[in-house]
Design a protein. Structure first.
Length: 418
């Protein structure tokens, strides 16, 4: 008769159970992790070995609550985590003075075995081997040194920082020109290169630049088939200090590689098409104010419209009400030309220059084209055929109204000194 080995029996073996972990992911490549454990200690002991910790754990950040800990250190001997290639093969597992033999079904949340007696879930073990595979080498365990022996059922909490985690924001945009609306979908790509899987995790995302004394080492992200949570997770946005925190509404299985979740459901935002002449091209952009009701973390935005891909741009961290402009590509039916029509040296370090900018249109409707000019040194526009707006210390903007199938131009003179 098959059965599932219950919690009471597993506790009698001295195994530990962890509740759903909590992970706070930062865009700087690390995470803050909290885990609650229940462990049955059969014989009094003055030390406990912790296995399965992430390879990038920062031991200077480790906090242990519920145990009389006086210190900790790494030890070389410890249980080993089998590779995924062992799934489906017969393995032998030792737990204390007991041995289990069966087919390995899963590594999620521990070792799930199908034995002759039934299904067994082992969340803690001393060793594992596979008769058909080479012997695995052991890895480090973290030994907690206790100020007094403990025994019986013990509940304790671990919290720590660890490298090998991160997240990035990505957006899909659907542009409806007739309605003047851009629909945005926010997707978070959660990365886990910690060497460990976190099942049913409560995940929070922090947007913003967090200062750390030592920059984290660059780590290559593991490449794995992405797992997507496409329906949306009911995200709650919470201001935290000088950052913004997004709490995902449902648990996430955070396995190796990249897991994608929706943190901003489809949201309609009024937007306008903008044509802008910069350098020698007229660019097509979308401009909008963040009326999503939530701050938008920095990320890339892919925009689609009329059944085609329109272009892609990135945006910075944008607060509620902040302005965003996405440059999507060059306008096919609009061309521009900028020529210098005058130059004179007025003094040793003072000059006068005149420019003409012409925009031509092959479109069937009139359009407005913004012309951005970059000015050098200590400048002053002394003459202009059109009004202009000063954007900052080095840029001004003209707006040209270009008729259908026609052209428009602006001329201006600037004096500057260095």
């Amino acid at each position: 008769m098959r059965y599932f080995l219950g919690v009471a029996l597993l506790l009698s073996l001295g195994l530990s159970f962890s509740a759903s972990p909590r992970l706070v992911l930062y865009q700087g490549g690390f995470a803050f992790v909290e885990e609650d454990f229940l462990r049955e200690i059969v014989s009094p002991t003055a030390s406990l070995d912790l296995v399965g910790l992430p390879k990038g754990i920062d031991l200077d950040s480790l906090s242990v609550q519920g145990l009389p800990v006086r210190g900790w250190r790494w030890v070389e001997e410890g249980p080993i985590l089998p590779p995924a290639a062992w799934i489906g093969k017969t393995v032998e597992v030792r737990v204390g003075d007991r041995n289990f033999t069966g087919k390995l079904l899963s590594l999620a949340g521990g070792l799930l075995l199908e034995t002759e007696e039934g299904y067994v879930l082992l969340k803690d073990y001393d060793s594992i081997s596979c008769p058909s595979e080479p012997k695995l080498k052991g890895f480090k365990a973290l030994r907690l040194l206790l100020s007094r022996p403990v025994a019986g059922k013990v509940e304790y909490k671990l919290s720590y920082l660890s490298e090998g985690f991160g997240w990035s924001a990505h957006y899909l945009g659907l542009w409806d020109e007739e309605k003047g609306v851009l629909s945005l979908l926010g997707i978070a790509a959660l990365s886990n290169d910690s060497g460990r899987e976190y099942s049913e995790a409560t995940v929070e995302l922090v947007a913003g630049e967090v200062h750390r004394a030592v920059p984290p080492q660059a780590r290559a992200l593991a490449v794995a088939a992405p797992k997507a949570y496409e329906g949306g997770l009911g995200v709650t946005e919470v201001p935290t200090a000088e950052y913004h925190r997004y709490i995902l509404g449902e648990p996430v299985d955070l396995g190796p590689g990249i897991t994608r979740v929706v943190y901003l459901p489809w949201t309609e935002i009024p937007a306008e098409r903008v044509y802008r002449f910069i350098g020698d091209r007229v660019l097509f952009s979308l401009r909008f104010s963040n009326e999503s009701g939530k701050p938008l973390p920095a990320g890339d935005v892919k925009v689609f419209g009329e059944g085609v891909f329109l272009g892609e741009d990135s945006m910075g961290h944008t607060p509620v009400g902040g302005e965003v402009e996405l440059s999507l590509g060059a306008a096919f039916d609009l061309t521009g030309k900028r020529i210098r029509i005058g130059y004179r040296r007025l003094a040793e370090n003072r000059y006068r220059e005149s420019y003409r900018i012409t925009i031509r249109s092959a479109k069937e409707e009139p359009v407005a084209v913004e012309v951005l000019e970059e000015l050098r040194g200590d400048w002053e526009i002394t003459n202009s055929s059109l009004p202009y707006e000063v954007l900052d210390a080095n840029h001004v903007r003209f707006v040209l109204r270009v008729p259908a199938g026609g052209e428009a131009e602006v001329e201006y003179t600037v004096e500057y000194s260095y």
